[in-house]
Design a protein around this ligand. Sequence first.
Ligand SMILES: Cc1ncc(COP(=O)(O)O)c(C=O)c1O
Length: 467
Amino acid sequence: MHPALAADLDRFDQLLDAARARAGAALRGLAERPVAAPAPGAPGPYEPLPERGRGGAAALARFGERWEPGFSGSAGPRYLGFVTGGATPAAVAGDWLVGAYDQNAAAGGDSAATDLERETVGWLRELFGLGPEHTGAFVSGATMSNVAGLAVAREWLGERLGVSVADAGAGALGEVTVLSGAAHSSVSKALSLLGLGRDALREVPLLPGREAVDVDALADALAELGGRPAVVVANSGTVNTVDFDDLRAVAALRGRFPFWLHVDAAFGAFAALSPAHAHLVAGLDAADSVCVDLHKWLNVPYDAAVQFTRRQDLQLRVFRNTAAYLAQPGDDPDFVHLTPENSRRLRALPAWLTLAAYGREGHREVVERNVALARRFGERLESAAGGALRLLAPVRLNVVCFTLAAEPTRERVAAVAAAAAAGGEVVVTPTVYGGTHGLRAAFSNWRTGPEDVDRAVDALVAAARGV
Ligand SMILES: Cc1ncc(COP(=O)(O)O)c(C=O)c1O
């Protein structure tokens, strides 16, 4: 064994202790770490690959000098950009153990890892009110979950024509239509990746003043297809205003038109945890496939999401991996036959640990607190901003969409976000809503409290007054 490796093997515990001390310090300081890295690029010029390694302890110290200062507080309580989420204590511990045990969750037989993943998928199914007919698997994020769901949808379209797209290719389908009201950009990316093409996506009109699909307009669009099977992507939680399609009404259209119903519930699925908001996702169990992100509102570390489908048989056709050295899929196929990857990390472990540690109740508290904080943010923005900022949409769940009261140009709005981030206080994301440039503040971090809302609003108001 190379002497540096042998030395680290001898001192493995000390190396992990040093990493733990560093991680502990980072986590203790997270609330006060600048939300955005003060000087990205600070590490200086590229350093060539070392010929001789330094050993783990010295490498860790070098990481601390060269890279750690440039890391943002994105896991912290005032990073309100995108829909980010942090990582609960149990989830962080779980993620460490993923690396330590280093299981390959591709196939069972020599480890309980895949059984742990199956149990976790079952827990998530219960959390979101899905039934046992929905099977699922972990993937790296909502984009891959949309890819997986739409890949099964593509196979279903083939089934309707009597072809297997998995064998014959997407060309066998002819024209494909994917209908959606306010699809997330990852849906277009998924269609590109799946060979269906971004042009397959047709936008369906929305309800007035909303980001939810107009179900009558959807029915008209389906009727125009003259009986040709289609894919409908329904949205549970749009990124600007967290609007929800009426899933029950959309699903009911299947009595009149042939379509596969995929629901992008990347973070909106978590409404199911709150009795006051569960109606927003009523009907989710009727979906043929469902996408839910876990590194957002479940607060597990990157990267983790789950995909569910009612047609595991079609999923198997898409992702099956035939090789002499792999077991052929039986009644309960290995994940290698169900997911885009072959080898895969045990992403389920952090999710299992956080659900075991805090239960449905603990995660419900996070969701309800985040929703209350979004409301507080919206109210304070209107009262404390002295007319500098205004809401662009009502606060429906956990995202606040707002803008400058005067002259909300792209440049001025971006300048507000940049100034607030530069002060280290808050990150929000620029967007365009209803043709107006604005900003989004998304609440999905388990650490965020009322004091963070007040600090964030103060920083944004100061920034707005300064542009
Ligand atoms: C509704 C929705 N779908 C899909 C995605 C893509 O998620 P990811 O970045 O985890 O792939 C997002 C991310 O913001 C989202 O909000």
